[in-house]
Design a protein around this ligand. Structure first.
Ligand SMILES: Cc1cc2nc3c(=O)[nH]c(=O)nc-3n(C[C@H](O)[C@H](O)[C@H](O)COP(=O)(O)OP(=O)(O)OC[C@H]3O[C@@H](n4cnc5c(N)ncnc54)[C@H](O)[C@@H]3O)c2cc1C
Length: 433
């Protein structure tokens, strides 16, 4: 036996939320697990400590937490998660000249100025139908086309697309396939907890998964990039990382399609993977600011409808991300495909976000301690449109190999897609033995 070869029941590749949750679940169910991550654990769910502030990539917002797969992981793995529920009464849509309630619940719906009174009735009816699954979308029809086909009036149409824009993190909500749209809102409209943040940010969640993996004898290898796989007939036999070979009965690959193609080059699924690797991702412009002193505002969430960008007062919900007396505000703008990489356009986003900060958090400039900008962050690996669909979690050509991540088939959006695909593949593996 080769000294460099290590043997496991399951090897998980990729230490983002999908890989970590899958490894924790499998280890806690008695599997001998190894997790390999090319860099540091967390992937895109990163928490960056800078000068006493903890900047989370993203608002670490979990949508519909009471019906989420993260909730299932929390329960089954006994994770210690401190939930911080979003306050809808402190949220507003900014339409330029006026602020309006966000219709995320019935009170918001009756107070919002975005809809006329007849519009409110139509919108409530659309929500009701979605909850009862009367509508479940139509294949080959985007939600934009669906709204046109059903002659939905203009302000209701705008309302539905505004909601979709913020939930799907996209500036082109009309492109979302209608089935994906209805499947998502069926769950969200029936939740009691539409949005919640995680106390301690992504890092607290990562630490919890690591705790479960290690408590159950799992091994974690950071700075271990997987370069290739050895395939025998219809199974992956081994993977290679540097001088080390890892063999296992089952493999979970929780790395994005662009990486998968490299690792699976010259295997039977290389062409299939290339198809998904060519997909476009959803990208956003992130501009977070750490303030040495709190700037008072009646609101914790502002969505600028015209510019499709929003600000969240993260520290209102999670005080662990600031030094005493400070404040951490996060702004995110959804980027259009032709804007990505265009320096001039991206610079205008910085200015527009600063103007939105000026309008709602005036005084931020005097108290600015740390600005943090990320010009094009991948918020979800698959951007929803009619030409792109989520990647399957397995292929018939490789019977012991599974895939998880926010580019895979699953429930919800963003990290919920990572968790749900990870949960599904872990269940399949456990049911095999
Ligand atoms: C700005 C921003 C805001 C966001 N806001 C939210 C939010 O509010 N709510 C929410 O739910 N989600 C949010 N998200 C999305 C969320 O961060 C992602 O959906 C989630 O982190 C994806 O996790 P993943 O494990 O599927 O993929 P990734 O995080 O991409 O993990 C893949 C991992 O694989 C590793 N890897 C790649 N290749 C190899 C290799 N060859 N060998 C070994 N390891 C490899 C990578 O280093 C990485 O760690 C946000 C994302 C961004 C960028």
């Amino acid at each position: 036996m080769d000294n460099q070869t290590k043997h496991y029941d399951v090897v998980v590749v990729g230490g983002g939320l999908a890989g970590l949750s899958s490894a924790a679940y499998l280890a806690s169910h008695g599997k001998k697990v190894a997790l390999l991550e090319r860099g540091k654990l967390g992937g895109r769910a990163v928490t960056l400590p800078i000068k006493g502030f903890n900047f989370n990539f993203g608002a670490h917002a979990i949508y519909g937490r009471d019906t989420s797969i993260l909730k299932t992981f929390e329960k089954e793995l006994k994770l210690d998660i401190e939930w911080k529920d979003f306050n809808p009464y402190k949220a507003r849509y900014d339409s330029g000249t006026e602020l309006s309630h966000v219709p995320s619940n019935v009170r918001g719906l009756f107070k919002t100025k975005i809809l006329s009174s007849p519009g409110k009735v139509v919108f409530a009816w659309e929500v009701f139908k979605t909850m009862l699954s009367i509508d479940s979308g139509e294949p080959h029809l985007s939600i934009g086309k669906w709204l046109e086909k059903h002659n939905i009036n203009d302000d209701v149409k705008k309302m539905m697309l505004t909601l979709a824009s913020s939930n799907f993190f996209t500036s082109e909500p009309e492109q979302i396939p209608s089935e994906v749209f209805f499947q998502y809102y069926k769950r969200i409209f029936t939740t009691n907890k539409p949005v919640a943040y995680i106390g301690g940010g992504w890092q607290s969640l990562i630490s919890e998964f690591v705790r479960v993996i290690e408590a159950n004898g799992g091994e974690i290898f950071e700075k271990s990039k997987v370069q290739n796989v050895v395939v025998e007939q219809d199974r992956v036999k081994q993977i290679q990382s540097g001088d080390h070979i890892y063999d296992a009965r089952e493999f979970v690959f929780a790395i994005p399609p662009k990486e998968l193609v490299k690792v699976f080059s010259e295997t039977a699924i290389e062409n299939l993977l290339s198809h998904y690797a060519a997909y476009k991702s959803s990208k956003v412009f992130v501009y977070d600011i750490g303030l040495s002193k709190r700037v008072e505002s009646p609101f914790t969430y502002i969505y600028d409808r015209k510019n499709q960008m929003f600000i969240t007062d993260i520290s209102y919900y999670d005080e662990t991300c600031i030094p005493e007396g400070g404040q951490l505000l996060q702004a995110i703008a959804y980027l259009k495909e032709d804007e990505i990489g265009d320096k001039e356009v991206l610079d205008t986003y910085k200015e527009k976000i600063e103007a939105l900060y000026d309008k709602h958090f005036s005084g931020w400039r005097e108290n600015l301690a740390v600005p943090r900008v990320s010009k094009s962050a991948v918020v979800q690996e698959v951007k929803w449109n009619m030409n792109q669909e989520a990647m399957p979690i397995c292929f018939p050509d490789l019977r012991n190999t599974f895939f998880a991540g926010d580019w895979c088939e699953g429930q919800g959006q963003l990290s919920e897609l990572s968790f749900s695909s990870a949960y599904e593949v872990s269940k399949i593996i456990l049911n095999k033995s």
